[in-house]
Design a protein around this ligand. Structure first.
Ligand code: BGC
Length: 680
């Protein structure tokens, strides 16, 4: 007799799923392949994202339904903890922290009654104008894989299924429903897929297909992508669900393409339509059994595991969770420029600070699309600064947009902080009815903000520009005029507190850019938000800048600190299947700091066309003043492979490689050493 109980083994689950499949009729099986109740719920709720959305499940066979909740900024249902956006978190280069965020999210999903979290988003940032850049972790496949996996592990610890999305090559927003992305096989395997593969290998429960086409076929019905690569090559055992509404185009295409669940409702995966396709011999019952089997098996794997704890509603948005959001905001901000050590502001030395800029005192936590975590109140920059300084410093806040007035005000103070950048209207998931989101029209600040900065610095040169946004902002028009620039991102519910601590030196900034900021947008790959077809090349981000010799405004991996570090004694050893690199890092400044040590493998001697270097490891280390640490980083040799489209396999070259270690991807910042793998 079959019974669902906690602690079921893999074999027991398998045998139960087989038993159900033998007994279910076609209608019951197809019910596993779609969501339901969506429209009824949004009408009732007067909006989306206010509750969990259900799919699949069977009362008769005691299979609980999927209970879907969106992310990745946090759990989107109102009241949950709003974290800094994923791009900000990537700038922390702290995967333990991302795991902790996943852990909090997992608990909040369970407390809301959910069992499926629609994140991480691990689409590669090919171009910073991409509207949803803030939802992902940057331009580098290795970084994307590490962060995606950290979030997945944290979430899944609480028996919540995570979803790596949007599979694959989804990096333009406006035409996402129809754009055809072309690329050669090497680019596909080496640049756009490795992070998904990593997440699958490490046990990500589900995959959400993308809206766009790849090589002429929609991703939600792309048999090469879903059947050949994901399910066969990578041996993915979970299920694939569609991106919402427009992710499936027809019954036969979806089912033969390898999609298992149509979300959020059955349009093409309706019983009658599937039955007809079966009768016409266009799909087979094996395909239906496979899809329904994958869904039920995955649900059972998660709901029958012992829970590590209970999930009371009081967990949602609790103080402990807000503290994790605070830690994330503190670790994510990137100090880009700090001439004359303007920062940190010294409470003993200054008495008045002027705060300007349109994002100084508003809630601005990121886009208003599916990742929007509805929070009533956030700590704005102004509130954070006020609370931090108390009566020690006079804070003058002026809402003005008028540069003349701002300039006059700046005359009377010791320092000026200008908080500007972007919001949900400039970038984000495009929600046409509300007129929000979409890809960015330009990479610079808005003209009025540039004028404001330029006028104010004329009058007061103790000026800090704090940038809010989800990806690269170009700064050539004003960068040289301003002594201090801090990238603060969309920093979540505690963002203002974190900002104040950084500005006044309580926290030493440690964030590093997860993307390249160009001087000239012409140095970036071609991007056209209106295009219906695009070719993705092998190079983008720092690999493109390296190859072409372009100088970025700020390189990938870059970020300053209130202290300085010295790197020496680089060594590398090849041991069995690993490279073991070590380097000494010393804090040569006056305050404690955290450095992100980055390791790149140099491929200049390759016999084929390969990047100059690729990120393959990183570590965050804390150092007291004068402290020296020997840092060790291990890399699996298999991670040096390239994809040979002719042999259809990953190959390791027998060449002299370089190993680079340093504080950013900039050549001058890196120590280097040559090595070979001694392969015969
Ligand atoms: C987005 C997904 C999201 C889904 C459900 C889609 O439009 O692309 O990221 O999970 O909606 O809200």
């Amino acid at each position: 007799m079959h019974e669902i109980k906690k602690g079921m083994t893999k074999e027991e689950i398998e045998s139960y799923v087989n038993f159900i499949l033998e007994n279910m009729n076609l209608e019951e099986k197809t019910a596993q392949m779609s969501g339901y109740g969506f429209f009824k719920n949004i009408i009732m709720d007067r909006g989306v994202g206010k509750r969990v959305y259900e799919a699949a499940g069977s009362e008769k066979y005691k299979i609980p339904p999927l209970k879907f909740i969106d992310g990745p900024r946090g759990v989107v249902i109102p009241g949950s903890t709003c974290f800094p956006v994923s791009m900000a978190r990537a700038a922390s280069w702290d995967i333990k922290l991302e795991h902790k965020i996943g852990d909090v999210i997992g608990k909040e999903v369970r407390a809301h009654g959910g069992n499926l979290f629609a994140a991480p988003c691990i689409n590669l940032l090919r171009h910073p104008a991409w509207g949803r850049a803030q939802e992902t972790y940057g331009e580098d496949p290795f970084l994307l894989g590490e962060f995606g996996m950290a979030l997945i592990r944290g979430v899944q610890k609480h028996n919540v299924m995570a979803t790596a999305k949007h599979f694959a090559a989804n990096s333009i927003e406006k035409t996402r429903y129809k754009i055809n992305v072309k690329m050669d096989e090497r680019t596909f395997r080496e640049i756009y897929l490795p992070h998904f593969k990593h997440c699958v290998e490490e046990g990500c429960a589900t995959i959400m297909s993308a809206y766009n086409k790849i090589r002429g076929k929609y991703c939600g019905q792309n048999d090469y992508l879903l059947r050949e690569i994901l399910k066969k090559d990578w041996n993915f055992r979970g299920f694939v669900h569609s991106d919402w509404m427009f992710g499936v185009k027809d019954t036969v295409g979806g089912i033969t393409g390898g999609l298992d669940v149509e979300m959020p409702r059955a349009k093409y995966f309706k019983y009658k339509k599937i039955q007809k396709a079966l009768q016409e011999g266009k799909i087979s019952e094996v395909m239906i059994d496979e899809a329904a089997g994958r869904v039920m098996r995955t649900i059972l794997q998660y709901v029958t595991r012992e829970d590590p704890q209970e999930y009371d509603k009081s967990l949602i948005g609790c103080l402990e969770h807000h503290n994790v959001a605070l830690e994330a905001a503190e670790k994510s901000m990137v100090l880009l420029k700090n001439e004359r050590n303007i920062l940190p502001l010294n409470v003993g030395k200054i008495s008045t600070v002027l705060i300007l800029g349109k994002y100084a005192n508003v809630k601005n936590t990121g886009d208003h699309g599916s990742s929007n975590v509805a929070v009533k109140k956030v700590v704005t920059p102004l509130k954070g600064i006020h609370d931090y300084v108390g009566n020690d410093i006079k804070i003058v806040y002026d809402k003005t947009k008028d540069p003349k007035r701002a300039k006059n005000k700046a005359k009377e103070v010791d320092a000026v902080i200008i908080i500007i950048g972007l919001n949900h209207k400039d970038e984000g998931e495009m929600i046409k009815v509300f007129g929000t989101g979409g890809d960015r029209d330009k990479l610079s600040l808005h003209d009025e903000d540039i004028v404001l900065i330029k006028e104010v610095v004329k009058e007061n040169n103790n000026c800090v520009v704090v940038l809010i946004g989800g990806s690269a902002i170009t700064m050539e028009e004003w960068k040289e005029d301003v002594p201090s620039i801090l990238m603060a991102w969309y920093s979540g519910v505690e963002g203002g507190n974190a900002l104040a601590k950084i500005l006044f030196g309580d926290i030493n900034p440690s964030g590093k850019l997860p993307f390249t900021i160009p001087k000239d947008p012409k140095h970036l790959p071609f991007f056209d938000k209106n295009t219906d077809e695009i070719e993705y090349g092998y190079y983008h981000g720092y690999t493109l800048f390296d190859k072409r010799g372009y100088e970025p405004a700020f390189p990938f991996g870059y970020g300053l600190s209130y202290t300085t570090y010295h790197y020496s004694n680089l060594n590398v050893e090849v041991k069995e299947d690993k490279l073991i690199a070590s380097v000494d890092v010393k804090n040569t400044g006056k305050v404690t700091g955290t450095e992100v040590v980055q390791l790149y493998i140099g491929l200049e001697n390759s016999n084929i066309d390969r990047p100059i270097k690729l990120l393959k490891g990183f570590k965050r280390i804390q150092l007291q003043p004068n402290e020296l640490k020997n840092v060790t980083l291990e890399i699996l040799i298999k991670n040096l492979a390239w994809y040979n489209p002719e042999s259809k396999s990953w190959e390791i070259e027998k060449i002299d490689y370089y190993l680079f270690i340093g504080p950013s991807s900039k050549k001058e910042d890196l120590l280097s050493i040559q090595f070979n793998l001694n392969i015969k």
